[in-house]
Design a protein around this ligand. Structure first.
Ligand code: NAP
Length: 250
């Protein structure tokens, strides 16, 4: 069986590159109408040009207070409903705890957690109406094993807890809420780490922690996000699905 999103509307944040872009493309390929959210308008426009189905791009900075409300207004104005919300956008400001700045902590918690929560909140009634679902893109960093990622790890830990809490709150509305927690995935998010520690060094050494012996691709994560968002996962809610090549297996 294949995931089928024909006639469905999916909002994907962080759709301008990496995992969000791969997710939006897969949703479109499976029939969804997509709402692409990120700051980089040029990238969103060029992705949209390749979409098969009707789509909308919303170039907006999620750190702005009013962003969730604006995204909802534009999406509903265009499509009249929403079936799937993928909270994927995130920032990672790698800071050792003894050098932590309030600016980086606030930005990380705001974009990665608070606005994901607010997007769930502003779209709640629309999701109740369609018995839709939410997929939050978390991280294995939520386990806290990474180091120098305090704010990022905490934001993802919070997102996991939010996922479980909302899944309980909204189960009787027929709305499922799940999360996908990637491990090492080759995207632009790694560029600051490559600059700091050397790309070759990071690529070779970090992968030693992965039993499957390779970095993940954005498409491999998108496969799981789309599965969770589809009717194939109709009996699944409140789950944090790790997609990490076995990295955190115990
Ligand atoms: P990425 O390539 O850095 O993409 C991040 C996306 O978020 C971009 O589309 C970016 O778009 C958007 N974004 C960031 N800040 C934003 C803001 N203030 N307003 C609006 N959009 C914003 O990262 P990725 O690796 O694909 O990560 C996607 C998700 O997977 C994130 O939740 C990340 O935590 C998670 N994850 C990734 C990995 C990994 O190894 N790559 C591992 C675990 C979890 P603009 O810059 O255009 O705004």
């Amino acid at each position: 069986m294949e995931a089928d999103f024909k006639g469905k509307v999916a909002v994907v944040t962080g759709a301008s590159r990496g995992i969000g872009e791969a997710t939006a493309r897969q949703l479109d390929a499976s029939g969804a109408m997509t709402v692409l959210v990120a700051r980089s308008e040029d990238k969103l426009v060029s992705i949209r040009e390749e979409m098969k189905n009707p789509s909308l791009h919303v170039p907006i900075d999620l750190s702005l207070d009013e962003a969730p409300k604006t995204i909802r207004e534009l999406a509903i104005e265009e499509f009249g409903k929403i079936d799937v919300l993928v909270n994927n956008a995130a920032v990672e400001r790698n800071e050792p705890a003894h050098k932590a700045t309030t600016a980086a902590i606030d930005e990380t918690l705001l974009v990665n957690l608070r606005q994901a929560f607010m997007l769930c909140s502003v779209f709640a009634k629309d999701l109740f109406a369609t018995k839709g679902n939410v997929v939050n893109v978390s991280s294995t960093a939520a386990a806290g094993a990474g180091g120098t990622q305090g704010a990022y790890a905490a934001s993802k830990g919070g997102l996991n807890t939010l996922t479980k809490n909302l899944s309980n709150e909204w189960a009787n509305k027929g709305v499922r809420v799940n999360a996908c927690a990637p491990g090492l995935v080759l995207t632009e998010m790694w560029e600051p780490t490559f600059e700091l520690l050397g790309e070759e060094n990071v690529m070779e050494n970090f992968v030693k922690r992965v039993p499957l012996g390779k970095w993940g691709t954005p498409e491999e994560i998108a496969n799981v996000v789309c599965f969770l968002a589809s009717d194939l996962a109709s009996y699944l809610t409140g789950q944090i699905v790790r997609v990490d090549g076995g990295m955190l297996n115990i």
